[in-house]
Design a protein around this ligand. Structure first.
Ligand SMILES: Nc1ncnc2c1ncn2[C@@H]1O[C@H](COP(=O)(O)OP(=O)(O)OP(=O)(O)O)[C@@H](O)[C@H]1O
Length: 279
């Protein structure tokens, strides 16, 4: 795609932050993955109390951007800000209290009961894995674990071992662990990967409930019809922002063809967008 054509597709090449400071922002962020410039000058803001989806074709830089927002991938230039302060200025424990991460493939400790895995999310010790408790266990911790189990529908197998679970069940346990600490932002890399259609929708609905309660969700999604349920969509292409805004602004046939080289129809059903490949 030529630069001129790309510029015609959107007048919103960067997704600039609104006035609120209750956000996680990337400001002209460049990230190098090995010798490859995986993220090339991305500016975007992700609000607390909003569901943001990051979409784009394979290799567009979605996971690398997510990791940079978490401080897990070093930023070559530009900066990430959390609640108006540079990410690097936050202490490690404050940062991990505010930001939770659900990676593409979560390594859950094997032979461990689900309840104990979720408790790790609140800083419980896991002496078997060399983890030291972050603080003495309190009734609030117990309640946080119970709530996370309940909300993710994992309570009914809370006493089973992780090794006895299906891929989808493990994914929900990983989600429960990420949520147990009550983070401000939850960043998820393809959270619906191993989930059947019913649970994928349930996870999205569950995340929407948490968003209504003030959580900021930033999810890398491949399923454009799930991304259409987000409040805000960021479309990446070759490490850059191709478009950012509401699903209506971003999920257009022009943008999607530019990013995926696929012609799509965008339909509307009861106010929701439905994206259908044309062939
Ligand atoms: N260690 C590395 N060395 C070289 N290139 C890398 C490295 N890690 C990632 N890349 C490249 O950086 C680009 C962005 O990778 P990233 O995983 O962020 O993409 P993505 O959009 O999440 O892709 P996918 O949808 O396939 O998961 C890809 O082209 C990838 O091959």
């Amino acid at each position: 795609m030529t630069a001129q054509r790309s510029a015609q597709l959107t007048d919103q090449r960067t997704d600039q932050p609104p006035a609120s400071r209750d956000q996680l922002s990337a400001i002209d962020v460049h990230v190098q993955a090995g010798s490859f410039p995986a993220v090339r000058g991305v500016s975007a803001s992700f609000q607390a109390g909003r569901f943001s989806a990051i979409i784009g074709p394979n290799g567009a830089g979605k996971s690398t951007l997510l990791r940079a927002l978490l401080g897990l991938s070093p930023v070559k230039s530009g900066r990430v800000e959390l609640l108006g302060r540079p990410l690097a200025a936050w202490g490690r424990s404050e940062r991990s209290r505010l930001l939770a991460y659900l990676a593409q493939t979560e390594a859950l400790p094997p032979e461990t009961r689900v309840r104990d895995v979720v408790a790790l999310g609140r800083g419980a010790g896991g002496w078997k894995w060399g983890l030291i408790p972050t603080h003495p266990w309190t009734p609030a911790d117990e309640q946080g674990v119970q709530d996370a189990l309940h909300k993710t529908d994992t309570l009914r197998f809370a006493d089973r071992r992780v090794t006895e679970l299906s891929g989808g069940e493990k994914q929900r346990v990983a989600l429960a662990r990420a949520l147990a600490a009550g983070p401000r932002f939850l960043l998820l890399d393809e959270p619906t990967n191993h989930l059947d259609l019913g649970y994928a929708l349930e996870v999205i609905r569950y995340l929407q409930c948490e968003v209504a309660g003030g959580l900021g969700v930033v999810a890398v999604l491949h399923d454009l019809n799930l991304a259409a349920r987000a409040d805000h969509v960021l479309l990446l292409h070759e490490g850059r922002v191709l478009a950012g805004g509401t699903p209506e602004q971003v999920l257009t046939p022009e943008h999607l063809h530019a990013a995926y080289q696929v012609r799509v129809k965008v339909l509307r059903d009861e106010g929701r967008l439905i994206i259908i490949p044309e062939n």
